[in-house]
Write a protein that binds this ligand. Sequence first.
Ligand code: TYD
Length: 138
Amino acid sequence: MSDKDTSLVQVVEFPSLGDDRGSLVALEGKQSIPFDIKRVYYIFGTQPGVARGFHAHKALKQIAVCVVGKCRIMLDNGEEKEEVWLDSPTKGLLIEDMVWREMHDFSDDCVLMVLASEHYDESDYIRDYDDFIRQVKS
Ligand code: TYD
């Protein structure tokens, strides 16, 4: 599934079902996506210089994919930080529970789609970095 299963950055390559008309990627829960998909959202029209995220989730798995354009994602599990560019509609990033994430350097055309394992729940967010470090160490 992933080229770096043991690291913080877990990239999932989606098969491209291309033919001479172009490309197609199909994402199915519990198949190419390693959880049942309860929610999909996408971020677009991000203004120049804007960074987003800056939070962790207590119990939420997500797959992020730039279906158009690119952005740089920084992940932090409280012990180490890693970065990855999402720059292909066939490249998904699995983000596990209790991982601080930041999204930077959105291209003007970026459409960042996120598939999530749970419905939106603000009480699942940890938005304060010091709080995140306290919770991840406890
Ligand atoms: P936020 O989580 O702050 O975005 P990001 O992490 O990308 O910086 O979300 C922005 C707003 O959108 C905030 O008011 C919560 C709302 N929101 C929903 O209502 N449902 C969702 O699924 C998400 C992700 C956000």
